[in-house]
Design a protein around this ligand. Structure first.
Ligand code: AMP
Ligand code: DBH
Length: 538
């Protein structure tokens, strides 16, 4: 198919991925209609709607609901090519609106329920979104009021699903034809810079990763997949996530609360066979097993990813939860690694898996870009049939090299089997139990405070989350109190998880004899300082 639109991969590579059969003509516009033909009356979705009513839909019914929603969206003025920020909780509307948008050729821009004014305004402005779709309240927070603030700042149209059930004539909701190599949606990156980056994913590249993920995970009709992580996140969306399950004919069960007291009874009631968690939630579930009366016997696989799952915790999963463990190391930019069903136990427990595709190019390099000896730790660079070549809005020489490799910022070891062990990180990011926080983004908010001269945000070890954030704040004479500073950051309109967990005030920042040091060296020096301070207290 020819198109004058932006190409997201160089033609030489696109041709190779097409010839290999990785990229096909399948698109998200017709995805559900095709699934409905294959799986008809099988159960597709079990969820609640935003009003809290139970929803149970077969593939045919879900396809019809998406068509009706597409017609309703069209009636509001949303058209093919329009970008639309989507901020919805794990409810039935997430799925019907998502596929409604796909059907009319609109481009969803994913936001998480935790995002607030500054992030949402940024998503609307950088994507050029015409509208934002949200729910009246999510987790007891007033998103109608939040959306009104975003509208006032951006001019975007706000559609609240509680007011607008997006109903229209099914016939008006037929899937449009879209170029499979065009933009399907914008996914979110934890990022490393002042503002979160938007990740352009095409139908062809993403669907390849979804199909292969479904196969690797052995999904088939009968699979019942519970989602308790925020469904817009790349992991529960695509690894294999809701898209993999719907591609394979299984059932998606959406839960709104990952707490064992809510999730365990849902596993029993819905005979859930598989779910995905971040490490802190996996730990919480392991702790809750002895005290539960719920029957978790249906659970076959627990996926854990988003942050490093330590081997000591990994070892507990099968004996205590009675299911298999699959480790998943992925990124919204592309590359996803899985431990496999037939991997020996030491690889399942001690590695973060190996790449999906034989055409995933994985390099482990030193600081100068030279390969490290096999088995040594080094920087992970990758290129392949579902890894982006750039963020939205142009060239980024720090994240992508001249050959198109994505510099992940992760430090890994590669074993002879191809399995990767995540050893650490070189990027200025904190991984707070799977939630990624760009140091610079939070620093910019802190520096906006009139009493703050400079600030560096660093990771501190945390038993439960793996890492938490500590803001080391440079002040002159007068200092704000810690609660005042946190309140200030919150009031700037950022997701709660980005508000520093801890604040340390200092009168000076380390320097070298030669003078000013880089931000990265500064953060490293201050992380050491905070670490030493903690040791002294012990
Ligand atoms: P993002 O680019 O925001 O989608 O975040 C992806 C990043 O999350 C990766 O580059 C890793 O730093 C981290 N990550 C994801 N899964 C794992 C895992 N299983 N173990 C360690 N780190 C992980
Ligand atoms: O952390 C992630 O971004 C992530 C983890 C597991 C991911 O994007 C994925 C699998 O696809």
């Amino acid at each position: 198919m020819t198109s004058t639109e932006t190409r997201y991969f160089p033609e030489e590579f696109a041709a190779r991925y097409r010839a290999a059969g990785h990229w096909t003509d399948e698109t998200f516009a017709s995805f559900l209609a095709e699934a409905a033909e294959r799986f008809g009356d099988a159960e597709a979705l079990v969820a609640q709607d935003v009003a809290g009513a139970a929803v149970r839909l077969s593939y045919r019914e879900l396809d019809t609901a998406a068509a009706v929603t597409a017609a309703g969206l069209r009636a509001t003025g949303i058209a093919a090519g329009d970008r639309v920020v989507l901020q919805l909780p794990n409810t039935a509307e997430f799925v019907t609106v998502l596929f409604g948008l796909f059907r009319i050729g609109a481009v969803p821009v994913f936001a998480l329920p935790a995002h607030r004014r500054s992030e949402l305004v940024h998503f609307v402005q950088t994507s050029g979104a015409k509208a934002m779709i949200t729910a009246a309240t999510i987790n007891r927070f007033d998103h109608r009021a939040l959306a009104a603030e975003v509208a006032a700042e951006t001019g975007a149209e706000i559609l609240v699903v509680d007011d607008l059930p997006f109903a229209g004539d099914v016939a008006d909701g037929a899937p449009v034809t879209v170029d499979p190599e065009s933009l399907a949606f914008l996914q979110l990156s934890g990022g490393t810079t002042g503002v979160p980056k938007l990740i352009p994913r095409t139908h062809a590249d993403y669907l390849y990763s979804v199909r292969e993920s479904a196969k690797i995970c052995g999904l088939a009709p009968g699979a019942r997949f519970l989602v308790v992580l925020p469904v817009a996140h790349n992991f529960p969306m695509s690894s294999p996530g809701i898209l993999g399950v719907l591609w394979a004919g299984g059932t998606v069960v959406l839960g709104t609360d990952p707490a064992p007291s809510k999730a365990f009874p849902l596993i029993e009631a819905e005979k859930v066979t598989m779910t995905s968690l971040v490490p802190p939630l996996a730990m919480l579930w392991l702790q809750a097993v002895p005290g539960t009366t719920a029957d978790l016997g249906s659970l076959d696989v627990l996926q854990v990813g988003g942050a490093k799952f330590p081997p000591e915790a990994a070892r507990r999963v099968t004996p205590e939860l009675g299911c298999r463990l699959q480790q998943v190391f992925g990124m919204a930019e592309g590359l996803v690694n899985y431990t496999r069903d037939d991997d020996p136990e030491e690889l399942v427990l001690g590695t973060q898996g190996r790449a999906i595709s034989p055409d995933d190019e994985v390099r482990v390099l030193d600081e100068d870009g030279a390969p490290v000896p096999e088995g040594d730790a080094g920087l992970l660079w990758t290129r392949g049939p579902y890894t982006i070549r750039g963020y939205l809005g142009g060239v980024d020489a720090e994240s992508f090299d001249a050959e198109g490799f994505y510099r992940t910022g992760d430090i890994v070891r590669r074993l002879p089997s191809g399995h990767l062990v995540v050893e650490g990180r070189a990027k200025d990011q904190i991984n707070r139990g799977g939630e990624k926080i760009a140091a610079e983004e939070v620093e910019n908010h802190l520096i906006a405070h009139p009493l703050v001269i400079d600030a560096a945000v660093v990771a501190v070890a945390d038993e439960f989350l793996g890492e938490r954030t500590c803001a080391v704040v440079l002040t002159g004479g007068e200092r704000p109190t810690v609660p005042e500073l946190k309140k200030f950051v919150r009031a700037r309109g950022v997701a709660e998880y980005k508000v520093p967990d801890r604040v340390e005030f200092v009168d000076e920042f380390p320097t070298t004899g030669v003078g000013k040091i880089s931000r990265r060296e500064l953060r490293r020096a201050l992380a050491d300082l905070v670490g030493r301070k903690d040791e002294e207290k012990l």
